[in-house]
Design a protein around this ligand. Sequence first.
Ligand code: NAG
Ligand code: NAG
Ligand code: NAG
Ligand code: NAG
Ligand code: NAG
Ligand code: NAG
Length: 229
Amino acid sequence: MFKHIATSLLFSLAALAQDIVYTPIHNATTIYGTWSSGSGGVKTGPGFANPADRTFTYPNTTGISYSFTEDGFYEIARYRYTSNGSHPLCITGVMNWCHGTYQLMPNGSIIMSPFGDGFQQIQDACAAVSKFIETYNDTEYYTAWTIFQDPVLGYQLILDQYDGTPLAQQNLVTTSPDMLPTQNLFNVTKTASSDLAVSAGTRTLEWSFSSIAGLTTAVVAAGMASFAL
Ligand SMILES: *[C@@H]1O[C@H](CO)[C@@H](O)[C@H](O)[C@H]1NC(C)=O
Ligand SMILES: *[C@@H]1O[C@H](CO)[C@@H](O)[C@H](O)[C@H]1NC(C)=O
Ligand SMILES: *[C@@H]1O[C@H](CO)[C@@H](O)[C@H](O)[C@H]1NC(C)=O
Ligand SMILES: *[C@@H]1O[C@H](CO)[C@@H](O)[C@H](O)[C@H]1NC(C)=O
Ligand SMILES: *[C@@H]1O[C@H](CO)[C@@H](O)[C@H](O)[C@H]1NC(C)=O
Ligand SMILES: *[C@@H]1O[C@H](CO)[C@@H](O)[C@H](O)[C@H]1NC(C)=O
């Protein structure tokens, strides 16, 4: 009998390693809707990016926002600053927007495949060209996602990046996703005549907020208006 229990235990552990079972521990509510970190200054949908002419509206605070529809579409809006350790005045600001289709994998990971009209704006206080726009078309892989209910903040989404480091936790802003139309929105005609410096190159950006994850949580918990990067 003991052997039988041990075997079934082993079997269930093996099953656990392969397939995520969606329970309230894994997701206290559905992932569908719009999520935003900190004070919610950064949000997907109209008001952040205009992919037709590749422009951004700068929010008042930095942060990240993710939206998911029930039928497999996602959108991401991100704004962050990084300071330069050796040159404290050389602050880099990055605005990033993209959308596409996502898949919730059986092992609990998420794969997000972009439509190809994603873009980002880099502002480098010390670069020769202080402001430029470039294509952003990276497929993003998240190893895990968790939704828990905070007694004060409500539902919180945590996405773990490819290397396992969690992104800043995000509040559920709306249960219906707030998104731009779910198709390629890049207007080639218009952008060709634009005076923005467009670079075809892509650069690797790590959207890692891990180093300040604890701080972010503390700031959010304290009810402060923004989270500083
Ligand atoms: C998450 O949890 C809810 C409630 O337990 C469930 O109805 C839903 O299907 C789950 N899955 C996703 C992808 O949100
Ligand atoms: C930024 O804050 C100002 C003053 O509170 C407000 O008028 C403006 O709409 C805000 N901008 C955004 C993009 O939220
Ligand atoms: C989870 O599944 C994805 C897609 O099949 C795969 O690429 C990834 O390696 C898997 N992750 C683990 C930890 O097994
Ligand atoms: C963007 O990436 C997707 C997925 O890798 C690819 O199918 C598509 O061709 C890319 N689009 C552009 C414009 O590079
Ligand atoms: C810091 O700024 C200097 C001057 O612009 C630059 O050469 C250096 O690459 C920057 N360092 C980082 C880590 O961005
Ligand atoms: C693209 O931009 C051009 C020039 O501004 C405009 O005439 C055209 O209607 C736009 N097309 C779309 C699909 O937005």
